[in-house]
Structures are given as C-alpha cells and as structure tokens.
Design a protein around this ligand. Structure first.
Ligand SMILES: [Zn+2]
Length: 292
C-alpha cells in the first residue's frame, strides 16, 4: 500500500510538473513591431525597436526563461523598460528576473507600494513583499510618457478600478492599447476590492478606454485574445447591466443567500466560464455596493 501511495504521489508530482513545462509562450503579431505573448498569466505586450524593447507585464516567475527566449528570438535589442499594468503576481512574477537582465521596471506608485510590503488578502491569505530588485524603479501617479523607438507611449492611470494601481498603455502611432486586467475579454472580471479596486471605478476606466478607441484600435486585454472596440463595448455593457441588476436586489433588500444567480446572470452565462464564475462576480458586486 505504501509503495502504491508513493507511486501515486510520484505520478501526481510528475503530472503537475509536466503541466508547467507544457505551457508555452505563443507570440501573436499585433503590428510589425508590437507582439502579444500568450502563456500562463496575464497577456504580455512587447514593443520592438532600435532603442530597445519595451515589455508590458511578465506573467509568473516560472515563465521568465521561456519569455526571455521568445523575446530574444524576436528582438535584436535587450528589454529596456518593463511596465507593470498592476501588482498582481500573474503580471509581475518575473520582475526580479527581468530586472536582473537589465530592464528598468516602470509602474504606478501603488504597484511599488504593494510589491514592497506584505499584502493581506481575503480568506486569511497573504502575499509576501517581493525582493527589492522586483520593485518598480520609475513610478508615476497620474500619467507618464516614455519616448522610445520613435513612439510616445502613454501610461494612463485609472484609480480604483481592477486594483488601486492600474495602468493602460496606449501606442498613439500604432493605435494599440494594452488594458491590463481592467479588461477580461468575454469573461466576468476579477475586481480586487480589498486592494483598492471598485466596480464603479472599473466601469469608469473602461469608459475612458473607449474614448481612446476607434474601429481600428487593437486592444490587448489582461486575459483573453486580441480584441477590438466592439469587444470592449460588449464588456462595458455587461458591467453596467450587472451593476444595475445587483443594485436592484440591494434596493429590494434581498439577502445575500437569497440571490438567484441564474436569473441575475441571464444572457451572460458564457461570461462565467473562466476564472470568475457568475456567482462569484455577483457576490463581489453585492458586497461592494452593500457597503456603499
Ligand atoms: Zn489582476
């Protein structure tokens, strides 16, 4: 029996390891010199040019070498700047690795604040402070521009949306927008209320993004495939409808355990097939608006 258990454990360990090493980094060409890299965690944006590469987000630490391999195969220059769209580990896990490779990390000041201190998360979990090399070295509080490769990248902060340190990165000459986790394509989003996120802030941030976009804008969501303005409009519409439905329940004084998740998510069933189910999303909204 003992042998069987150890064998079963060995197979399990091997399987989980195999799953990790099977996740590949797949580059998708957005323009001639901008790529979207899919892998495990948030979507990476990569801007290439003779002044140096700019990378937006870096997934988990275990993906760093694979990301570096793909960047090296696409870019003739090293990564000069690494922009974090927000502090979550599936977007900043590779910070230490890429900083050691010479990249300067750029982010909103709250990203540095959260990465440099232990964070207490829901359900008694906590996230330890990252090592100092992983902290952003260049921070801003509202907007910032990086002039590189003939482009003026715009870093635009929207307060209290997905977290309290979100940035959109807009490429005006190429009409490309990376939205970080303020945009989950065709999925209910995670809103990290405990870390300064808010549903109303998210709706406002998406409205701001829509003002930047036209029919030709290529939008990189935090999670999901390359999108366009119509996808973002659908997402904005979903957020507003879900807000109104949940607020109506609060107005009727419906208790949390009496919420009818199926009817509240009617028409958006497919949006709950990702990381955040319909029930989870409704509960997040209910809690956020009940506390107002
Ligand atoms: Zn996130």
């Amino acid at each position: 029996m003992k042998t069987f258990i150890s064998l079963a454990l060995l197979v399990l360990v091997h399987l989980s390891y195999a799953q990790d090493i099977e996740v590949q980094i797949n580059p998708d060409k957005v323009t001639d010199n901008i790529y979207l890299l899919y892998g495990a965690g948030g979507n990476i944006g990569l801007f290439l040019g003779e002044d140096g590469a700019v990378m937006i987000d870096d997934q988990f630490a275990k993906m760093s070498e694979k990301i570096m391999y793909v960047v090296d195969s696409l870019s003739e220059t090293p990564i000069r700047y690494l922009i974090n769209t927000h502090w979550h580990g599936d977007h900043t896990g590779g910070n230490a690795y890429f900083a050691e490779e010479g990249a300067t990390i750029v982010a909103h000041e709250n990203v540095r604040e959260r990465l440099s201190h232990e964070q207490i998360r829901p359900f008694g979990r906590s996230t330890e402070a990252a090592p100092e090399i992983a902290w952003p070295k260049l921070t801003y509080n509202d907007e910032m521009q990086i002039h590189i490769n003939g482009e003026s990248l715009q870093l635009i902060h929207h307060h209290n949306a997905h977290t309290d340190g979100d940035a959109f990165i807009y490429f005006p000459s190429y009409n490309v927008l990376h939205m970080g986790d303020c945009f989950f394509r065709n999925r209910f989003p995670f809103i990290d209320v405990q870390m300064g996120g808010s549903p109303d802030g998210l709706i406002e941030a998406v409205a701001g993004a829509l003002m930047l976009c036209d029919e030709d804008t290529k939008i990189i969501p935090g999670h999901g495939i390359l999108s366009d303005k119509q996808d973002l409009l659908d997402y904005h519409q979903m957020l507003k409808i879900m807000r109104d439905r949940v607020k109506a329940e609060i107005k009727k004084a419906t208790a949390e355990d009496a919420l009818d998740f199926a009817s509240l998510t009617k028409g958006f069933e497919a949006w709950g097939e990702g990381f955040i189910s319909g029930e989870k999303f409704v509960k997040t909204l209910y809690k956020a608006y009940s506390e107002e």
